[in-house]
Design a protein around this ligand. Sequence first.
Ligand SMILES: *Cc1c(COP(=O)(O)O)cnc(C)c1O
Length: 451
Amino acid sequence: MSTTQELQHIDRTNVWHPFTQMAEWVQNDQLIIESGKDNWLIDTEGNRYLDGVSSLWTNVHGHCVLEIDKAVQEQLTKIAHTTMLGLASVPATELAKRLVDILPDGLTRVFYSDSGSTAVEVALKIAFQFQQQAEKGDPNRTKFISMQNAYHGDTIGSVAVGGMDLFHATYKHLLFQGEKVTTPYCYRCPFGKEKANCNRDCFQHVEDVLEQHGSTAAAFVIEPLVQGAAGQIMHPEGYLTHVRDLCTRHNVILIADEVAVGFGKTGTMFACEQENVTPDIICLAKGISAGYLPLAATVASEEIYNGFLGKHEEFKTFFHGHTYTGNPLACAAAIANLDYFEDNNVMEKLQPKIAHLQNRLATMLELEHVGEIRNHGIMTGIELVQNKETKEPFETATKIGHKVCIEARKHGVIIRNLGDVVVLMPPLSITLSEIDLLCNATTEAIKAVTE
Ligand SMILES: *Cc1c(COP(=O)(O)O)cnc(C)c1O
């Protein structure tokens, strides 16, 4: 194997990293991860780091989990890949049933792809085409309603329904026109208006948007309960139910993007469960394969699916499909992931961990430059501010969130920020003492950088 120095040289010379200002990146020696065990990452120098953001929100039960490793290895002895265009495969077929069994009732048709972005892309195209051709559709419904600061991925369609200027503004001429709901959530509510009033405004606002655009909208796309990439923004209680009711009333398809929140992250298997909401289409990725392999699923209701049935020459077919769609290795990992959830009572064991994390976060809120801490399940955003009273942010150029994350590595913890929000999102398999380490390291790093 190449030495660390050789790898770092190649990385600086030949690799272009995602979401990375490479001019700054190449000035530093980068950590190179070589292996992982349980909730830990190990670099080429043998240093161990707690995986505090579950390898970008994907890892669920830790790294090198024997049962999942075995499932992938076993599948590898049979076949690594076979196409779903014109053929079916054993793991992709079995996984579909497993997913339908645990999803909210009524979601029955699994369409595979390879990333969260494509899962959303697929959902948008399904919704649009449904309106164009289905008996129950309406061809005048061509708009999409989405949330302010939404993040649904980086392909053009999912960017079009995204609402984060930083990531999306550059491409605005490439995007289709979506109607955007603005300020629908209770961001920083406790510091601004009285919470009850703010909630009412949120609820009223989305109602107004549906009133205005409900007859021309094909679908409403939402990250249920928590807007992850926006900085772990929590919707007020009942908001999702409210959106579901409005969509039903206005005949708008509801697309739930559970790419981030799915597979236990909010304390239930799926976020929609917490408000007893069944969307018409759900998007799954990230945790679906336990963070092992690229896999995504867009699952639709029978009613949506039926809108695509007809004779060949009616061209009602959903003309979409990625080459590696339903990859058997990834599906085998996903089945093993679901087995692991069941066999180890993962969701039950998670509850005391969430409680412990919340206790620790309550203490961290006392730090001088922590303006707000948002948490739901294990999804956590710690917002750093210049001034605790006014919530005045730090100057962008100080890159305060990034500095905190780099500092945390000195304490053996890998975390990643979203701007001034330090995100904690450990694997569900994190232990109580690892939660302590995660919170201690983050606290020390915040103090070192901000005080
Ligand atoms: C990460 C994410 C996506 C995009 O997933 P990729 O696999 O990175 O394409 C989409 N929606 C949400 C809510 C996400 O958090």
